[in-house]
Design a protein around this ligand. Structure first.
Ligand code: GLU
Length: 508
């Protein structure tokens, strides 16, 4: 029987969630759902020096907003917990000691000063930053160079120590990456990474392997930046749990900005978001803008992320989450870097705002308009407005310009665009239009348009010449959806009021 697919996203709670991080979540999620598997979120917080308050909650808020809810996590529970590594501290030590017993790891007692001296002493032109590795370990203070008695004494005396992996010399470490195929490393170039720190906490390398094993992870997917760590992880799998039990690996391509790897700095430099949601660094107070607050909707954001490094082999670009689950496959994830193009990102969002059900957009737009001092009391009117203007909005924030005038009589109107072609005849026409509108009992786009056309015919005016002034009077400027649709929604009284105001301004 095949094992149930189990994948994990394993963030360290160190700050905002970068585009690349959310894409890792998305591809994990899609793969899990496509294969009826489980998607697990594990918080990797063993490095207390990098811990940032609030970052964990923020990660879960982002996943919620994206609609990518885990099956198991700190917040969702599950049978493989705890899902926060700092609560699993006691688990790891025994594996580190097991490695020592098997001869695959050793105690190292070198002080920070001794390590510093080592880096100085072994520095050469060919080796500018020497590492603790197979060429150096036998010159250091560790259980490979000390006698058994000395080691026992040092430990007995409470001398601080770390446990390091003993990476073999001249071996080829290889594995098959689901995206990159066969990947090989020369073990002689890999250093003896610390597995257990002096404070008894595991390093990421040990914790990730132990937890992937204990949580029965079948596929481990992460960003390309983790590829250099893979040989250490492969060795640990081999030494502890057997290579045949190792998950299948995939390393996702980098996301590239205008100058190489997309960075937070690119965002502020070029004015686009890089994080999923607004993130304020608790230490510096620095705010980094998120896609959500910029006006992206989850459907647009998910769609643009999915296509950053994957396609389904056709020209199709617009995918719902359900369609992505259906179409996603690992063999179509590209191995080369994926270029982030903000205009294209906005294009996806526009496509999704156009397609969205009004009910899905309603609360975000209501909030937005209310933040802009436009209290919304009539939700059914809001729904009509959204339906009418949604195709004109690329970002949610565009609704402020496109929808405000429905709820508020424009204070300023662009009379300068009317004046050049304005004359008495048009003035007469609009007066009569007001009279007719006052008498109209059925108020809708069709009736208001017919009335305008009939009066225009009597005045020998082309309806087209009257539409622009009417639009400017109703809207304030030369934009917006069909002018009679606007009149229908704002209603008879308001339409008449705005035309009256317009005429006053034009004759002032
Ligand atoms: N804790 C690592 C990170 O912060 C996870 C790497 C992995 O998925 O193995 O991204």
């Amino acid at each position: 029987m095949n094992k149930k697919v189990r994948v994990r996203f394993a963030p360290s709670p160190t700050g905002g969630l970068h585009l690349g991080g959310v894409r890792t979540v998305l591809y994990n999620y899609l793969f899990a759902k496509k294969n009826n598997g489980d998607f697990i979120v594990r918080i990797e917080d063993t490095d207390q020096s990098r811990y940032v308050a609030g970052a964990e909650e923020y990660i879960f808020d982002c996943l919620k907003w994206c609609g990518l809810e885990p099956d198991e996590s700190v917040q969702h529970g599950g049978n493989f917990g705890p899902y926060r590594q700092s609560e699993r501290k006691d688990i790891y030590k025994k594996y580190a000691e097991e490695l020592i017993k098997k001869g695959f790891a050793y105690y190292a007692f070198d002080t920070p000063e001794e390590l510093e001296r080592m880096r100085e002493d072994f520095k050469s032109e060919n080796n500018p930053s020497p590492q603790y590795d197979n060429t150096i370990r036998d010159k250091m203070i560790n259980s490979l160079t000390l006698s058994e008695n000395e080691v026992a004494r040092f430990i007995g005396e409470g001398m601080p120590y770390v446990i390091r992996i003993k990476v073999p010399q001249n071996e080829t470490i290889s594995f098959t990456d689901m995206i990159r195929g066969e990947v090989q490393f020369d073990s002689s170039l890999v250093d003896d990474k610390v597995l257990l720190k002096a404070d008894g906490m595991p390093t990421y390398h040990l914790a990730v392997v132990v937890d992937d094993y204990l949580m029965e992870i079948t596929h481990a997917f992460r960003g390309e930046e983790w590829l250099p760590s893979a040989p250490v992880h492969i060795l640990l799998w081999k030494y502890l749990f057997g290579i045949e039990n190792m998950p299948q690996w995939a390393h996702f391509p980098l996301i590239l900005g205008p100058n190489g790897k997309l960075s937070k700095r690119d965002g502020s430099k070029y004015g686009f978001p890089v994080f999923a949601m607004n993130w304020t660094d608790p230490k510096t107070g620095e705010l980094t803008e998120g896609f959500k607050e910029k006006g992206f909707i989850p459907e647009g954001f998910i769609n643009l992320l999915a296509l950053l490094g994957w396609n389904d082999g056709t020209e199709k670009e617009v995918f719902s989450l359900e369609e992505l689950i259906e179409s996603f496959s690992m063999d179509r994830v590209h191995s080369g870097g994926a270029h982030f193009d903000y205009d294209k990102a906005k294009w996806f969002n526009h496509e999704w705002i156009k397609r969205s059900k009004v009910s899905k957009l309603r609360s975000a737009i209501k909030d937005l308009l209310e933040k802009n001092d436009l209290p919304i009391t009539d939700t059914s009117m809001l729904d009509k407005v959204i339906a009418l203007v949604q195709e004109r909005c690329t970002l949610l924030s565009d609704f402020v310009d496109q929808a405000s005038f429905f709820f508020k009589t424009p204070e300023e109107i662009d009379t300068a665009s009317i004046v050049p072609k304005w004359n008495d005849q048009k003035q007469q026409f609009f007066r009569e239009l007001i009279r007719t509108y006052k008498l109209t009992t059925i108020w809708n786009a069709h009736e208001t348009e017919n009335a305008l056309k009939e009066i225009a015919a009597v005045h020998q005016l082309k309806p087209g010449e009257l539409m622009l002034p009417l639009r400017i009077m109703l809207v304030g400027g030369k934009f917006g959806p069909g002018v009679f649709d606007i009149a229908e929604i704002i209603g008879k009284e308001e339409t008449i009021l705005r035309i009256t105001n317009g005429l006053k301004k034009l004759s002032a």
